[in-house]
Design a binder for this molecule. Structure first.
Ligand code: ASP
Ligand code: MG
Length: 455
């Protein structure tokens, strides 16, 4: 029987009654399972704050408080869990002495919330009749590329290790969010437990990955910004990957890739409205259904800066884009996207790389580039849906809707992916633009029927 991978996030672990709820959900599965668990709600942030203020940290009372969080989940003392919580005591005390936090300590400490959760949950499930073993990435060998704070999983190395380690008949609880590189912990970026779950599913060729959240799957847009959003029941892998790449917070941006590679379906459930394991809120698989609206969802990110390399002929000089990309890349800058024209090469990067980029570009000497300009205070809006390039008039509808609201579009990219059109507006115009497109495509009665079967 194939295993099934389940993941419970921090928002599913707020207090004691959440453990009961997880127990109920887990008991419904007939297959052997691997539960991937995130840190208890708020714990990752508490660990990050502790490191940010390491010089003034009262290590003893910080750990005591942390332990009390777990104690309150169980309603009683638990010596093992206390020992687990205190495993980072020496690291914290040593770091406090140095007064600075090296990367390897950062990742080890920040991932500790997950190790505490896996012990808490495995203890609780066993106590309540669901037999399972706790297993840690350092022991089963979830290998990463070693990039601190934002590592990627090395799927082929991990696959060999996990296949040897896991028995396909046992149940396990494992901490998400991190892997190991040459003996050191490396975290997978914020929200990385989704990615742990899909990577483990890849390695064990799982039947399915079920992600439990506290929101109802993907929506037609973020309900914090737009009224009248609707659930999106089905997405294909490309659509889900693009939506999370361009800002949809429900899914870690790297988590689609491992399951796509093995055609493993990904189900998303809202644990608060959970009915049964066959009724997820969103199913992500290879389905190639084109929605009536074509556009299935709209996402956005403000974490974007455009670097414009301008010159009358830049678009035609061979090798220029390669030179720019490799110079930025060799300094560790991740290029999110590129849009070129005759007179401008536009490189999209994350805000966190802006200072590094400025340092690099100020030293660049490219004769054809007459001016380098940084566009900031912008937002990138992505409209995603399979078939949008084939179906006539979709781009026109998007831009007519936006221009009707007198919003100036700063840049457009269509065609880079088969399922996405994105464009950039000033940050101050973001909400108006989102509402305009949402209204254009998702007026009442225009969304898909409530079909949650994976056929
Ligand atoms: N606990 C980590 C975070 O808050 C990882 C996760 O939740 O997936 O980012
Ligand atoms: Mg979390």
């Amino acid at each position: 029987m194939k295993v099934i991978v389940l993941k419970f996030g921090g928002s599913n672990l707020k207090n004691r009654s959440d453990l009961e709820r997880i127990l109920r959900v887990v008991s419904m599965y007939k297959e052997p399972f691997i539960v991937v668990v995130s840190a208890v709600n708020g714990v990752t942030n508490r660990l990050i704050d502790a490191l940010d203020n390491i010089r003034n940290l009262d290590v003893e009372s910080f750990l005591e408080d942390l332990y009390l969080t777990y104690r309150s989940f169980l309603g009683e003392e638990n010596v093992q869990l206390k020992k687990r919580v205190y495993e980072i005591q020496e690291l914290l005390m040593g770091t406090k002495l140095i007064g600075k936090v090296p990367d390897f300590i950062y990742d080890e400490v920040v991932s500790h919330g997950e190790r505490c959760s896996s012990m808490l949950l495995s203890y609780y499930l066993n106590e309540n009749g669901v037999h399972c073993e706790e297993a840690l990435p350092e022991n089963f060998g979830l290998v990463t590329d070693g990039k601190f704070k934002n590592a990627s999983v090395d799927l082929s190395a991990s696959e060999v290790n996990l296949r040897k380690f896991f028995s396909q008949k046992e149940n396990y609880v494992v901490p998400g969010f991190y892997g190991i590189h040459e003996g050191q912990v490396t975290i997978l970026g914020r929200g990385g437990s989704d990615y742990s779950a899909t990577s483990i599913a890849y390695c064990l060729n799982a039947k399915r990955v079920d992600l439990y959240k506290d929101v109802s799957g993907f929506m037609t847009c973020d309900p914090k910004y737009v009224d009248g959003v609707k659930p999106v029941r089905k997405l294909n892998y490309d659509e889900a990957a693009e939506l999370s790449y361009f800002g949809a917070k429900i899914l870690h941006h790297a988590s689609v890739d491992p399951v796509r590679k093995k055609s493993i379906p990904l189900y998303i459930f809202n644990i608060n409205t959970f009915e049964s394991i066959d009724r997820p809120d969103t199913i992500i698989s290879f389905n190639d259904s084109v929605a009536k609206t074509v556009i299935k969802s709209i996402s956005f990110t403000d974490d974007i800066v455009v670097i414009q390399f301008k010159g009358t002929n830049v678009g035609r000089v061979p090798g220029l884009l390669g030179q720019i990309a490799s110079t930025l890349g060799s300094e560790g800058v991740n290029i999110k996207s590129v849009v070129t024209s005759q007179t401008s090469i536009n490189v999209l990067v994350s805000k966190q790389d802006i200072e590094r980029c400025m340092r690099i570009t100020s030293k660049m000497q490219i004769p054809e580039v007459e001016d380098i300009h940084y566009k900031t205070e912008i937002s990138l809006i992505a409209a995603v849906g399979d078939g949008l390039l084939k179906k006539h008039g979709i781009a026109a509808r998007i831009f007519t809707a936006v221009s009707r609201k007198h919003i100036n579009v700063e840049m457009i990219s269509a065609g880079a992916s088969d399922v996405t059109i994105y464009f950039i507006v000033k940050l101050q115009d973001r909400d108006k633009a989102l509402r305009a497109i949402h209204e254009e495509f998702f007026k009442d009665g225009e969304n898909d029927e409530d079909d949650r079967t994976d056929q």
